[in-house]
Write a protein that binds this ligand. Sequence first.
Ligand code: NAD
Length: 517
Amino acid sequence: MAASKPEYLINDSKYSFLKELGLQETNLGVFDGTWKGSGKVVQSICPSNGKVIAEVKQGDVSDYESCVQSSTSAWNVWADLPAPKRGEIVRQIGDALRSKLIPLGKLVSIEMGKILPEGIGEVQEYVDICDYAVGLSRTLAGAIYPSERPGHVLLEKWNPLGLIGVISAFNFPIAVYGWNSAVAMVCGDTILWKGAETTPLVSVATTKIVANVLQNNGLPGAVAALCCGGADIGKAMAADKRIKLLSFTGSTHVGQQVGVDVQKRFGKHLLELGGNNAIIVADDADLNMVVQATLFACVGTAGQRCTSTRRLIFHENVYNEVLGRLTQAYKQVVNRIGDALDDSTLIGPLHSKQSLEKYKETVAEIQKQGGKIEFGGKVLERPGYFVEPTIVTGLKHNNPLVHNECFAPIVYVLKAESVPEAISCNNEVPQGLSSSIFTQNIGNIFEWIGPKGSDCGIVNVNIPTSGAEIGGAFGGEKATGGGRESGSDAWKQYMRRSTITINHSKDLPLAQGIKFE
Ligand code: NAD
């Protein structure tokens, strides 16, 4: 007997905003210029209540193939547009996103589980990067270098790569795509996106908005193609020579394999992988700022940001005071755990049942190894995937649990005798994404940002580890993968560099004065 259909949230009047995004009970999850989907049907689950929002028909191998072919041929049209014209299309995409800011932000909240201001903030981040990319479209500058040969000109020029792939993680279901696609589009690339299997509705709704803009301008929709799917589609992208750059955001474990597969075919990759971010508190720090900043960085997004704080390294002189004040602050926010869409909620759910299991396993292992749960440690008995934010003491700084990224609101509190000892503790983990120090001492600051300071990609002073701005390059070192996205010169990764020497004389002098006569 066929299983009865669940009651989809999309049909509940509380979620009517989903229809404004063109979503239905069953949605096609592949876009290659037309919508299709011949693969598995997946249900999108709302982590705030465990109910099915709606379902999506993913892509299979043949859908993937048609996406690659359509997007490759769309490139022939797209790459011919002057960069400022491509910028104008991205400007229109930013405007289209602005007009859907609230419904799309709400969708991010109900599908991923982050609270509404963060859901809206994520869409806003895509809007902001569109604005940034519009400016960039007029400043993708090359260079002219002095040639050592008379009658010669030495130039550097940047050209688009072609088709690029974007594989994104569940925790930033739209912003990561935005960072990559807005910049890649002005650079002249076309994009094939595969989002996380558990956030397919955000992928579909976002692609509909982008596709509308492209098609209203008479451009092929496959400039921004989508193939919803799981590891099978991701693996096909990693192995596919036609994908010139693969931008992968996700766990270190999966990203390492993706990096190897892309390297095997001499493709380019951009890896944005796991973090294990620490805040150091020196004994001269402003402790009011510390408590406020630490609270947001540890419990915000229920600990599911790649930049969430996982380790707190307190100077021994302030250890007891900061731990005491932080525990008090946790007691206050724990009453504000709830449905991601509710105005009063500060901490939403974990994203999935799997995340909840991982939290439970980690808490059990912490206790087995002699760690002390100073606060939290429990799963909440209610529908959805809710846990208490958790503070752990008593584990050594080099315990393997402390070196591992558990993607949940668990923070390990460690003690250091000095700032140099705290810095070495910050640097000893495999990952190298984000890091912060709270201090008012200028010597500490320059130690921290110098050659023997933090070895992370993001090095903050008197602000927490999370909440990066788009203007800087975002990414991390070591097991975080080394990639950089968003601002600064990250655009160069989406282009290929040509070093061009033009001889406008009648002679053929060789470089380095070599004579070959
Ligand atoms: P994940 O590695 O499980 O999945 C990420 C993506 O990879 C998903 O789209 C998934 O379908 C796909 N995938 C799975 N197996 C694959 C394979 N064999 N080949 C190709 N693709 C495959 O990660 P997740 O649980 O979705 O996300 C959480 C992780 O992402 C955390 O480690 C977090 O730190 C990291 N993250 C990092 C950044 C950053 O910028 N550094 C940003 C967001 C998330």
